[in-house]
Ligand binder design. Structure first.
Ligand SMILES: Nc1ncnc2c1ncn2[C@@H]1O[C@H](COP(=O)(O)OP(=O)(O)OP(=O)(O)O)[C@@H](O)[C@H]1O
Ligand SMILES: [Mg+2]
Length: 146
């Protein structure tokens, strides 16, 4: 499928109700490329995990803005998810399986899934300023040149 470059920017308050919106909206945007249904499911999970983290950890129940930018460049999907919340004290630790700052409530697996399901993941976080995740994925078909 020949796909033109494209971009959608979404911004919404950090309400749990918007997690499902972002997940579905990004999957619809991603469907412009030749992703398989399994790949679209992986994208949905990665987006839910990243937006949930912004809502739950970034803003901790206070209201702030989450910005999700989806870009198609040369057959590659890039998703940028940003909050201006508390930031992450130790980014390397945050990626460890089962590491969570809320051990009674959570499993500490969200970022592990994001890393697993996307081709590339770059995280930028500073305490008191916020966190952004840039993730990239291209369809398997494109990678094998099918
Ligand atoms: N956007 C964010 N802002 C602040 N802290 C974050 C953010 N994203 C992740 N973290 C920190 O990194 C930790 C690990 O995140 P991860 O998503 O892997 O696990 P979790 O959210 O704690 O549990 P789960 O995702 O399984 O519900 C979190 O517990 C939190 O301390
Ligand atoms: Mg999480």
């Amino acid at each position: 499928m020949e796909t033109a470059n494209n971009q959608v920017i979404m911004q919404f308050p950090s309400k749990a109700a918007n997690i499902g919106f972002a997940r579905t909206a990004v999957a619809l945007f991603a469907a412009q490329l030749d992703f398989t249904l399994d790949e679209l499911d992986e994208i949905k999970i990665a987006v839910s995990e990243a937006v949930s983290n912004a809502v739950i950890h970034g803003y901790k129940g206070t209201e702030g803005l989450v910005t999700v930018t989806c870009t198609l460049i040369e057959g590659l999907l890039e998703i940028h998810i940003k909050d201006e919340g508390i930031g992450i004290a130790d980014v390397a630790k945050a990626f460890e399986p089962a590491f969570t700052t809320e051990p009674d409530e959570r499993m500490g697996l969200g970022l592990v899934f994001v890393k697993e399901y996307m081709d590339e993941l770059v995280i930028d976080s500073s305490l008191g300023k916020g966190t952004s995740l840039t993730m990239r994925k291209s369809p398997w078909q494109t990678k094998v040149g099918a």
